[in-house]
Design a protein around this ligand. Structure first.
Ligand SMILES: *Cc1c(COP(=O)(O)O)cnc(C)c1O
Length: 410
């Protein structure tokens, strides 16, 4: 399927007419188990619904195709998908993390996995030299988010992946690492073997329509499907797509062993959403470009950050690795917190809410809302000021969105 265009794959990949009725839409298989013909003999691996569900399977194949990877693994949230990735590690392992990440990503590493012996170094990954210096002999995971949240920094995925790859194989993985060989009973892979550090890219802000990290050298792509993949603000879910077979085997094992899978109805809603991803993303990009230019020209706005503006510090990298610049904009208002609060209270079409990526436009205040879990000193270092506002530009008419902002700024 990968030779077909994105829109064709968005609509058809992973989906076939229902074998029992010919229904064109994948049914919502609300079942917890499957009847076996003889003990241990089941159809296509369908033995229990935590392990495999047909609606979920169609979704996993669909997103895997959009990302150009072999295997997709769906989860009940983006953070549940992250939790599964971190279970690839063991105590004593080290993670190099992009400094400006989704607040919940930082919280999971800092407040959950740190206590389990996983160490983390945060680094500004727009600086490849600093990223290189952050690597340790025990580094097994490099976590990239690009564009970042909320500062919309753009990280050179190929550049950072090359750093991990040049590092060469790291020994002593508790699983996997070589061709063949079984690990501990029931676990895929060969314990104690070697492989280079794993590069994970949180591709939530770009969506697979704008950026395919696996083609740039990453090993795993993560999505919070809650955002653009879902696109209608009605589902919380996550997804991983792995490039190589060995990682896929381990992730499949963990998905089932840890068990944070989404329900069939959520998978159905996501399958319906991915069919329009390309159309929605085109409009998100077009509208955000117009809104960004409007804000940049407005006297009450001190600074606008949007990867599509030439003033963006990594605009050249964005142009190289993305097919469009997305629907997210960050701006700083003159007048600090007071000005930001008045502005956020006065917008009408933009809804004051956390989250992003839906068809409707949202606006929020990172320091008080989405990034409250990031320590104040880290926020300051990242530039998350009190006058900073983040916009998720929806797919309404751009002229109405701009009129709303103009009225609220006046
Ligand atoms: C929302 C988000 C997450 C977490 O996803 P949930 O579905 O809310 O668990 C992770 N990364 C990014 C960039 C996000 O925006």
């Amino acid at each position: 399927m990968t030779t077909e265009g994105f829109g064709t794959r968005a609509i058809h990949a992973g989906q076939v007419p229902d074998p029992s009725t010919g229904a064109i839409m994948t049914p919502v298989y609300m079942t917890s188990t499957y009847v076996q013909e003889s003990p241990g003999v089941c159809k296509d691996g369908y033995d229990y619904a935590r392990s495999k569900n047909p609606t979920r399977h169609a979704l996993e194949m669909n997103v895997a195709s959009l990302e150009g990877g072999g295997h997709g693994f769906a989860f009940s949230s983006g953070l549940a998908a992250m939790d599964c990735v971190l279970h690839l590690l063991a105590a004593g392992d080290h993670v190099v993390l992009c400094d400006d990440v989704y607040g919940g990503t930082f919280r999971q590493l800092d407040k959950v996995f740190r206590h389990l012996g996983i160490e983390t170094t945060r680094v500004d990954m727009t600086d490849l030299g600093a990223t290189q210096r952050a690597m340790r002999p025990t580094t097994r995971l490099v976590w990239i988010e690009t564009p970042t949240n909320p500062m919309l920094k753009v990280v050179d995925i190929a550049g950072v992946s090359a750093i991990a790859w040049q590092r060469g194989p790291v020994g002593g993985w508790k699983w996997g690492g070589g061709a063949g060989g079984a690990g501990r009973a029931g676990e895929p892979g060969r314990p104690g073997a070697t492989r280079p550090p794993i590069v994970v890219v949180d591709n939530t802000f770009a969506s697979p329509f704008l950026q395919n990290p696996l083609a740039l050298g990453a090993d795993i792509v993560l999505h919070s499907c809650t955002k653009y993949l879902g696109g209608h603000s009605d589902v919380v879910a996550g997804m991983l797509v792995a490039r190589d077979e060995e990682l896929a085997d381990r992730l499949r094992f963990l998905q089932n062993a840890v068990g944070a899978v989404p329900g069939a109805m959520d998978c159905f809603l996501l399958l319906r959403s991915t069919k329009t991803l390309h159309v929605r993303m085109e409009r998100h990009c077009e509208n955000a470009g117009k809104v960004a230019r409007f804000l940049a020209a407005h006297g009450s706005v001190e600074r606008v950050v949007y990867p599509g503006l030439e003033s963006h510090p990594q605009h050249a990298i964005a142009r190289k690795q993305m097919r469009g610049y997305g629907g997210m904009i960050t701006c700083t208002l003159r007048g600090g917190l007071d000005a930001a609060r008045r502005f956020l209270e006065r917008v009408r079409l933009f809804s004051l809410a956390e989250s992003l990526g839906g068809v409707e436009s949202l606006i929020e205040h990172p320091a008080i809302m989405t990034h409250a879990s990031v320590p104040p000193e880290n926020r300051a270092a990242l530039g998350i000021a009190d006058g900073l506002v983040r916009l998720s530009v929806g797919i309404e008419d751009a002229s109405d969105l701009i009129a709303d902002l103009e009225r609220a700024l006046a």
